[in-house]
Design a protein around this ligand. Structure first.
Ligand SMILES: [Zn+2]
Length: 322
């Protein structure tokens, strides 16, 4: 009996480690994005798709190691007033001048960080630096995907203000893990050149912010129609039995959201491929068959093993997605 209790306790603690879009969602998004690329890029990305997929989650792992990492994944845009949040300047310098760097950092910087990552990726293409291209492609994919999550654009990011704790992982991990492989369609078409990346990513953030109310309201309504013991169940997650939102509750929530999670995932896939494509075009469409390999000493280049070790053993610095 004691042994059983210990096992259950262990499983519960495993189930609490939840990541933005989950490992599953981030990896799917980067993976599918590869298939939207034009042939000249596909010839480079496809043989390296395992790297692009696996490293989609490095930025979340880095949150256990680097304090500055946290704000790059979200923006609590409702702090700045009401939709469409015109109070908040979209240009970094103007936003910092108006609100101070501290404030901007503490409410999150994802739309700006995506643009920084785009210029880094463009530079890596210009320099034909294979390792940097791969690493930055994998990681910009992560931040773009995060910008598509409604609760990454809300101060009530885990339902903590409305007694809905857990809704963050419910929306972005539980739903896709249960439904994406079986029921969803990720045939998204082709990557497109983005004329104005700043406008593009702010538009996606505003869509996320506009959807956050629905995400919270729908779950609140649903929770009032279903009993607690139907809401949670012990079910398999990554081949482990864990207590989580039941399949019944998850499917009912997805129906109420009317395909929102699938739509945001498709939009994220399209955006990721389009940002990669835009970086390559802006770099002058370098021939990716002839690349060099180098490393730099930036914090982003921490060895993968160190990232994994810190992620497994340390608490997250700043906000987590739990
Ligand atoms: Zn994230």
């Amino acid at each position: 009996m004691l042994k059983k209790t210990i096992i259950v306790a262990l499983l519960l603690s495993i189930s609490e480690t939840v990541f933005c879009w989950g490992f599953f969602g981030h990896q799917k998004i980067n993976n599918y994005a590869v298939f939207l690329l034009p042939p000249e890029m596909m010839a480079f990305y496809k043989p390296r798709i395992d790297y692009i997929t696996k490293h989609a989650v490095d930025p979340d792992k880095r949150r256990y190691l680097v304090a500055e990492e946290g704000p790059r994944h979200y923006i609590d845009i409702d702090y700045y007033g009401h939709y469409p949040f015109t109070e908040l300047p979209r240009k970094w310098d103007s936003a910092v001048a108006k609100y101070t760097l501290d404030t901007i950092n503490s409410y999150g910087i994802v739309p700006w960080h995506v643009q920084i990552m785009l210029s880094r990726l463009t530079k890596a293409f210009k320099e034909k630096d294979e390792q940097r291209i791969l690493k930055l492609s994998a990681e910009i994919g992560h931040y773009i995907a995060d910008a598509h999550v409604p609760l990454h654009a809300s101060m009530n990011h885990n339902g903590q203000l409305t007694n809905q704790q857990g809704i963050h992982g419910f929306w972005e991990s539980r739903i896709p893990e249960l439904l994406a492989d079986k029921d969803w369609d990720f045939f998204v078409g082709k990557a497109m050149y983005i004329d104005n990346p700043g406008d593009f990513i702010w538009k996606r953030v505003l869509e996320s912010a506009a959807a956050a109310d629905t995400v919270l309201r729908a779950e609140k309504e649903l929770s009032q129609t279903i009993s607690e013991d139907q809401k949670f169940a012990f079910e398999q997650r990554n081949n482990v039995l864990v207590k989580q939102y039941s399949s019944l509750y998850t499917k009912a929530y997805d129906r109420l959201l009317n395909g929102m999670v699938e739509r945001r995932m498709r939009d994220a896939i399209f955006a990721v491929a389009s940002f990669w494509y835009t970086a390559w075009v802006n770099a002058g469409q370098p021939d990716l068959q002839t690349l060099s390999t180098s490393t730099t000493s930036e914090e982003q280049n921490l060895p993968f093993d160190t990232l994994n070790l810190e992620w497994q053993n340390k608490p997250v610095k700043g906000r987590s997605c739990e």
